[in-house]
Ligand binder design. Structure first.
Ligand code: SF4
Length: 309
């Protein structure tokens, strides 16, 4: 099959080179809460977060880790020809757990011979010393990746999102991870589309990431409105208007054009796994079409990742 040239550096390429196999992530939900939901230090739920912690399915929270892994693994094998797997502790904030339970979870994930490592999604302010030590310990014997929910490098946007951490906290988290567990594959998540955010902000974010040598990948989302979230209330009152598709494509393209070419990209847009919860923008519901149109947007302009670095 001829190689299709993509205008960006997809994470699948990294997985293929690293593991010499078709690797898929198995998303699991094991954490039941996060500091924002617990109201620690006066925090509130992030304005875009639904009741399932942005990713978990209710039914998964009721299953054991083994049951979740085995169910998804079988589906990925059958439907997508997956050969190896990374277990992705995604929903809520997994690192908001005790050290022993983290170790038990990671050990369970690695007990499957075709699981080649694990990925942990967490917040920049949930990087405890024991989490760093646990990551370091496991990274000596397997592939460990951490994805930090940075979301924005703009403090006003972070405040509006009610993230409960600021830009400085994110930069500190990256520095601490780099120092304490340099073998961990580190990534950051960004959300584009907050009110007042501009294309220049996206370019500035790319430049900030370029300056963080430890960051090896990014995941991009556009801000979308799910039912039963604080953002849904803003949306209903007309106080939040989601980015139009073309405006998002442009912001995303500019970000990529200014991003180091060697940074792998997980995805180019968010999608809602629960279609019935999506309020806006509705184009978010068409995952493959959105992806294809984003690629066309870049190709039509002869744009590619790293073009202006
Ligand atoms: S987005 Fe993450 S940190 Fe924010 S409320 Fe949801 S689970 Fe908690």
């Amino acid at each position: 099959m001829p190689q299709v040239t993509l205008p960006y550096n997809p994470i699948s390429r990294f997985y293929r080179e690293r593991f010499q196999a078709k690797v898929y992530k198995i998303s699991v939900a094991v954490a039941e809460t996060c500091p924002n939901r617990e109201g620690l230090r006066g925090m509130q739920t992030c304005n875009f977060c639904d009741q399932w912690g942005s990713a978990a399915y209710e039914r998964n929270l009721q299953k054991t880790l083994r049951a979740q892994i085995e169910e998804v693994r079988e589906t990925l094998r059958t439907k997508r020809g997956a050969e190896k797997f990374l277990v992705y502790f995604q929903a809520y904030t997994t690192t908001f757990s005790h050290r022993q339970s983290l170790q038990d979870l990671f050990t369970t994930a690695l007990s499957y011979s075709d699981v080649v490592g694990f990925v942990i999604g967490t917040r920049p302010d949930c990087i405890s010393q024991s989490f760093l030590e646990t990551c370091h310990e496991f990274s000596q014997r397997t592939f460990v990746a951490v994805e930090l929910g940075v979301q924005s490098f703009n403090d006003e946007v972070l405040l509006w999102m009610r993230r409960g951490h600021n830009r400085e906290r994110s930069l500190q988290a990256v520095a601490r991870m780099a120092k304490a567990c340099p073998q961990v594959n580190l990534g950051v998540h960004l959300i584009f589309g907050a009110p007042g955010e501009t294309d220049d902000d996206a370019i500035a974010s790319a430049r900030t990431i370029n300056g963080l040598a430890a960051v090896q990948n990014v995941k991009l989302h556009h801000l979308h409105v799910l039912k039963n979230t604080p953002l849904a209330e803003d949306f209903a009152r007309g106080e939040f208007v989601p980015l139009e598709r073309e405006a998002y494509f442009q912001r995303c393209r500019l970000f990529l054009q200014h991003l180091r070419a060697n940074i792998a990209v997980h995805r180019l847009a968010a999608f809602s796994p629960r279609a019935d919860e999506l309020l806006a923008p509705l184009w978010t519901g068409f995952k493959m079409q959105t992806y294809q149109d984003m690629l066309d947007h870049m190709r039509d302009r002869q744009a590619f990742q790293g073009q202006y670095v």
